[in-house]
Design a protein around this ligand. Sequence first.
Ligand SMILES: NC(=O)c1ccc[n+]([C@@H]2O[C@H](COP(=O)([O-])OP(=O)(O)OC[C@H]3O[C@@H](n4cnc5c(N)ncnc54)[C@H](O)[C@@H]3O)[C@@H](O)[C@H]2O)c1
Ligand SMILES: [Zn+2]
Ligand SMILES: [Zn+2]
Length: 377
Amino acid sequence: MKALVYQGTRDVRVMEMPDAKIERPTDVLVRITATNICGSDLHMYEGRTDMESGRILGHENLGEVVEVGNAVDRIKVGDRVCLPFNIGCGFCKNCERGLTGFCLIANPGFAGAAYGFAGMGPYSGGQAEYLRVPYADFNCLKLPPDAEEKENDYVMLSDVFPTGYHATELAGVRPGETVVIYGAGPVGLMAAHSAAIKGASKIMVVDSHKDRLALAEKVGAIAIDDSDGSCVEQILELTKGKGADRGCECVGFQCYDHHHHEVPNLTMNNLVKTVRASGGIGVVGVFIAEDPGAKDKLAKQGQLAFDFGQFWMKGQHIATGQANVKAYNRQLRDLIEAGKANPSFIVSHELSLDQALQLPRPPAPHLNIKFLARTVG
Ligand SMILES: NC(=O)c1ccc[n+]([C@@H]2O[C@H](COP(=O)([O-])OP(=O)(O)OC[C@H]3O[C@@H](n4cnc5c(N)ncnc54)[C@H](O)[C@@H]3O)[C@@H](O)[C@H]2O)c1
Ligand SMILES: [Zn+2]
Ligand SMILES: [Zn+2]
């Protein structure tokens, strides 16, 4: 089968790979019809993780079931399914509690497994013609009859829509509250969409990419253009000097300042400054345990100079981590089916797997805005 294979820093290729196949009786085989490129793929692409070369990328997957293992009960050939990027077993202590991002079985020795992802187990990704789905009865989200028509919406259930929603859950967003979101990439935009669905009274989205900020405005958010480094002042002005009730980090460890220099603690410390005393902060942007590629000595060891004193004095709370996609994907699917959510508004490019390398190359980390692409298998 054809697949997009990671070869090393900034080197990915579309090539022939052995066909994905059923390996255990609880697996199904899915023919991929849509998959996305994620900001997490970029951390790998840019050589900032320990991703092994020769692995197939792609953890945001949707397709049609073409074969089922002998022990699969609920899922049938022909079902259209969306796969959470996390692989859960369904029966470990964490999966039973709904914490499928921290499955204790699927990636032995580590809490959490995913397709085509550094450090998340040996599973191949879905930027390929076919994908093996383990523990398929548990992991497959069946899609409604409008699955093909709304494929660009439903594919966002694999990761970014539940992840954006998770950011608002971690921050504790409730109806009527004000929210500040750092990052207007797919995840930040989905956090904005989720905050709007939850009835937030004011949503502020910070980034320096004007076309991404325009998308944030489309879902009712106020765009905070940080190209001059003034986001903190702008947010404080919009919140009468108090800060927002809730804040979401949707950028991660490669965040940068307005000179485009990487400053790994910038968004975290800006959150402390721009969330009110006793407010909540949800961090879904990825921070990694070791980052040998970092310029900063602390960041190399996965550490940040965090304004803990101010955080403590303000009595804020913080929650972090991978999104437990299965905790939200059914409800979000039903919102899409009912026409009350339309996450496909972030799609910028649609291309076939063969065209994957024709995406515009980023001129510098995160300067590109065009990898919201969707590869159609
Ligand atoms: N927790 C999870 O389960 C989960 C799931 C998916 C993605 N992620 C992570 O979420 C993060 C965002 O993903 P994405 O796909 O939206 O990435 P992305 O790279 O497309 O978007 C990040 C955006 O942040 C902006 N940015 C950079 N520095 C900033 C700053 N100082 N202030 C405000 N904005 C800034 C960039 O301009 C960019 O538009 C990544 O770290 C990704 O790995 C986490
Ligand atoms: Zn992703
Ligand atoms: Zn589990």
